[in-house]
Design a protein around this ligand. Structure first.
Ligand code: PLP
Ligand code: CA
Length: 315
């Protein structure tokens, strides 16, 4: 027998798939764009799907932007018909989780940036504002380690710690978050657990999974992950749009460990596009070693780029 999944699709096979599915979930970076550059052909594909009345959703682990900001980015890159209701980012879904699922009473301590703070504010979830740091000197004129002076404000009534991408991450934030998490009733959430992201010229950006890992080591606890591969983003979609049937959905992504596993966890057919992180060989390695199909890293379908959808739109 051949390999499970990994069916490279072209032409009429793609056309049949587009006809068979009424709902398309797209990962963003690596599928629709690379940073500030659209993947050639991707805007045409998304605009056409929307124009033909397909339901299109965007599921991104990138927590750095509020949805409003994503709407502008989509437009700027040529995806002209995307509304914020279609965008399910890890920061938005984290805010929904805290408001509707955890229903935290008290404050959230945030390790993260503007995307997270804006979404929490809009959801009406109170969070602790980071105060300015001051440095104190000890008797020998040595700067005191911040953490030993300030640590956490135990009067602040913190009921959850949320960790996401934070380019201002400090030892002090790590120390404070660890302190709050000593309380077993304090929730421990992560927007996503991504290890790293590709940048131009082979450089990488460490992902928020690194920050979550630091906090897990410091506390001996495990974070609840909101973003892919957790099912929660799909639950957000299903609760906000009626009649979303997993059997009618196609999840398109570029990373096996997040996007394909997310699709599999949610019972969706999955498609890997080779414009991003994972390549065909990576999928074949999983395909050879996997025993069950319940939790699978292996895509059902593979395309070189979602631009391969374009010919399928023509009669
Ligand atoms: N988080 C950060 C900080 C990123 O920069 C990226 C991609 O560039 C991601 C997450 C992954 O985003 P996506 O899920 O859209 O691939
Ligand atoms: Ca991606």
């Amino acid at each position: 027998g051949g390999l499970k999944g990994c069916l490279k699709v072209r032409g009429s096979q793609i056309r049949h798939l587009l006809e068979a599915k009424d709902t398309f979930l797209f990962d963003c970076d690596g599928v629709l764009w690379h940073g500030e550059k659209a993947v050639p052909g991707a805007p045409g594909v998304v605009n056409t799907l929307i124009g033909r009345g397909k339901r299109v959703f965007f599921v991104t682990n990138n927590s750095t932007r509020p949805r409003e900001n994503y709407v502008h980015k989509f437009y700027r890159l040529g995806f002209t018909d995307v509304r914020r209701e279609q965008i399910f980012s890890s920061s938005y879904c984290s805010a929904v989780y805290l408001r509707d699922v955890a229903r935290v009473r008290g404050q959230v301590f945030v390790i993260g940036g503007k995307g997270i703070r804006d979404e929490l504010r809009e959801a009406g979830v109170p969070f602790l504002q980071e105060e300015e740091q001051e440095r104190r000197l000890d008797v020998d004129g040595q700067p005191q380690p911040d953490a030993t002076i300030f640590n956490c404000d135990l009067s602040a009534d913190v009921k959850a710690v949320l960790v996401g991408h934070d380019d201002q991450f400090t030892f002090l934030k790590l120390a404070k978050a660890s302190c709050y998490l000593k309380d077993p009733d304090c929730l421990f959430l992560a927007t996503d657990n991504d290890p790293w992201h590709p940048l131009k010229d082979g450089r990488i950006l460490p992902g928020s999974g690194c920050l979550t890992a630091a906090l897990e080591v410091a506390t001996g606890r495990k974070a609840t992950v909101i973003g892919k591969p957790s099912r929660f983003m799909f639950e957000c979609i299903s609760s906000q749009f009626s009649g979303v049937d997993p059997a009618q959905c196609l999840m398109v992504g570029d990373r096996l460990e997040t996007d394909m596993l997310f699709g599999s966890n949610c019972g969706l057919d999955t498609m890997l596009t080779l414009t991003g992180v994972s390549q065909m060989e990576d999928a074949e390695v999983y395909s050879k070693s996997e025993r069950s199909t319940e939790q699978s890293f292996v895509p059902d379908y593979v395309v070189d780029s979602i631009a391969d959808f374009l010919p399928a739109f023509e009669e």
